[in-house]
Design a protein around this ligand. Structure first.
Ligand code: ADP
Ligand code: MG
Length: 277
């Protein structure tokens, strides 16, 4: 870990000018060419280490679904979440220097590969998605246990998962470590679905996330975690024959993915207990 904090605020500079001014080496850019969030983020090297710097993107960019103040508000929400829980699988948020595009969230860089593949490449054996699915079941289960553990802790703090999918999972195939990123839209406390079909990947979403006026709560998170288990230890369905994990893990998936919230595990802690039985 470098000793110096390299990111002083410069509210007059755009992130690119800012990073040049700081003397950071930019080795990755995540912008409209890969993201539809409107956010523009950077992988940079500074003070002898790697960082992930996330901005809300250009204030005048008219393309994103959310306007700039709404994107900045989501970053503030992400900062609140990061401040509420330290976990080895969550990149630490080290600071929030100001830029002309609003705050830059300065996280630790998470090594590894994103487990999301667009639908057209999801079956490609060379994709990180399929390489992860092809690992020994024990190794997948250890990574999924990490996903469950983070959510046990987040739910204990009142955070309800929103828009969680494999695009939030980074796996280091060498170090065998899973990191979760982009939990920016998680919300504290149950809330009412005011959208109808909410944002998210269908493969991970609960029935209530498609139903206007339905309650979204911890049991919704339970379902999403059940779908996560199904997508990585199973074939994306509840088919027991396709499931590669242990019996307890199969039972955990089935108990998490019941359509009616009342019939699921009522908490992520209950799901975790069944999963580890
Ligand atoms: N801490 C991190 N370390 C390394 N890469 C990261 C980190 N956080 C996110 N990423 C990568 O950057 C991409 C964009 O970040 P994300 O938080 O998903 O932004 P957006 O809000 O635009 O979806 C992710 O898909 C992932 O590949
Ligand atoms: Mg994202």
């Amino acid at each position: 870990m470098g000793d110096a904090w390299p990111f002083e605020s410069r509210a007059d500079l755009s992130p690119a000018d800012y990073l040049a001014w700081v003397g950071a080496r930019v080795f990755a850019v995540f912008d409209a060419s890969t993201q539809d969030s409107g956010n523009v983020s950077f992988g940079v090297e500074a003070a002898g280490r790697r960082w992930f710097l996330k901005s809300a993107g250009h204030p005048a960019d008219p393309a994103p679904h959310l306007d700039h103040p709404a994107r900045v508000a989501l970053l503030a929400n992400a900062a609140r979440l990061a401040g509420s829980l330290e976990h080895p699988a969550l990149p630490r948020l080290r600071g929030e220097p100001a830029s002309a595009w609003g705050p830059l969230l300065a996280y630790d860089w998470a090594p590894g590969e994103l487990l999301h593949a667009p639908a057209a490449r999801r079956a490609d054996p060379a994709s990180a998605h399929q390489r992860f699915r092809s690992l020994p079941a024990d190794e997948i289960a250890i990574a999924l246990d990490t996903v469950i553990d983070v959510h046990v802790r987040l739910c204990a703090l009142g955070w309800v998962a929103c828009d969680f999918y494999d695009g939030a999972m980074i796996y280091d195939f060498v170090g065998r470590r899973l990191t979760l990123v982009d939990l920016d839209t998680y919300r504290q406390g149950p809330f009412v679905n005011e959208m109808g079909r909410m944002f998210g990947s269908t493969r991970f979403m609960a029935p209530e996330e498609f139903r206007k006026d339905a309650v979204i709560d911890e049991r919704t998170t339970v379902f999403t975690l059940g779908r996560t288990i199904s997508n990585f230890l199973g074939d994306g369905t509840l088919d027991a024959a396709a499931f590669r994990g242990a019996d307890a893990q199969l039972a955990a998936m089935l108990g998490a993915c019941r359509p009616a919230p009342d019939e699921r595990f009522q908490s992520v802690a209950e799901l975790a207990a069944a999963w580890r039985r």
